[in-house]
Design a protein around this ligand. Structure first.
Ligand code: PEP
Length: 256
């Protein structure tokens, strides 16, 4: 239905040591064959401390696996204890940085303005932000998910020019489906992903909206990945729990 290459990104969250990280990337790269890794872009998003090891492995063995970070600072450098800048991530070869994950929004009080600043920090350093949007259960029960998610996307893209925006990845992650085992139905995922694409048409252009990858996240497993991927506006997935298992992650990549 589109020329978009699906992206399956594994959000490892706060899991795995740097040694375990290397072993998992090896497992993924050797489970999937060249053809599969061409059809789908497979990406891993390890904790910061594992990125250097993952980079060394992927570069050294020329593995066709992308990688990125789970967060990025809004600042360039300076007195921001514990933060990691976009320049540092770019130097490590990160292709992606997740911004606005619901766990950051909830536990670190990141608001839409912060998500926007982080998306800008990523683009400034040549890193593609994976912008996460998604509604909580209350919003879903009020049937306001489309309004909620499109408003989050509008805020996240504020002031970002089209030449950068056309590379963005948008992740629709209903909060009630993250880590709960409850997956949105393929129709639910399509409803919001389609509305997000329409919003990109409003904000930019139809041509740009057609080029952007919009992925789904929330309890994606091998057994539901194919039905989600079959939706016209779902271009892959952001995978949490199942991304820690090389076989499961590879299977999700095959179904994308
Ligand atoms: C996530 O946190 O990005 C996620 C989708 O997690 P899970 O797959 O475990 O629901």
């Amino acid at each position: 239905t589109s020329g978009r290459r699906p992206l399956v990104a594994g959000n490892w969250k706060m899991n795995l040591t740097h040694l375990e990280a290397i072993a998992l990337v090896q497992k993924i790269a050797f489970t999937l064959n060249e053809k599969e890794l061409t059809a789908v872009e497979a990406a891993v998003l390890p904790p910061f401390v594992s990125i250097r090891g993952v980079q060394t492995l992927i570069d050294g063995d020329q593995l066709d696996v992308a990688y990125g970070a789970q967060d990025i600072s809004v600042h360039d450098s300076g007195a921001y204890t514990g933060e990691v800048s976009g320049a540092m991530l770019a130097k490590l070869g990160c292709r992606y940085a997740v911004v606005g994950h619901s766990e950051r929004r909830e536990y670190h009080h990141e608001d839409d303005a912060t998500v926007n600043a982080k998306a800008k920090a990523a683009f400034k350093n040549g890193i593609v932000p994976i912008v996460c949007v998604g509604e909580g259960l209350d919003v879903r029960e009020a049937d306001s998910q489309v309004e909620h998610c499109t408003a989050q996307l509008t805020a996240a893209m504020e002031g970002i020019p089209a030449d950068q925006a056309r590379n963005v990845v948008v992740a629709y992650e209903p909060v009630w489906a993250i880590g709960t085992g409850k997956t949105a139905t393929p129709e639910d995922a399509q409803e919001v992903c389609g509305a997000l694409r329409d919003k990109l048409t409003d904000l930019y252009s139809g041509d740009l909206a057609d080029a952007v990858r919009i992925i789904y996240g929330g309890s994606v497993k091998p057994d539901n990945a194919a039905a989600l991927a079959a939706q016209p506006d779902v271009d892959g997935s952001l995978v949490g729990g199942a991304s820690l298992d090389g076989e499961q992650f590879a299977a999700i990549c095959r179904f994308a």
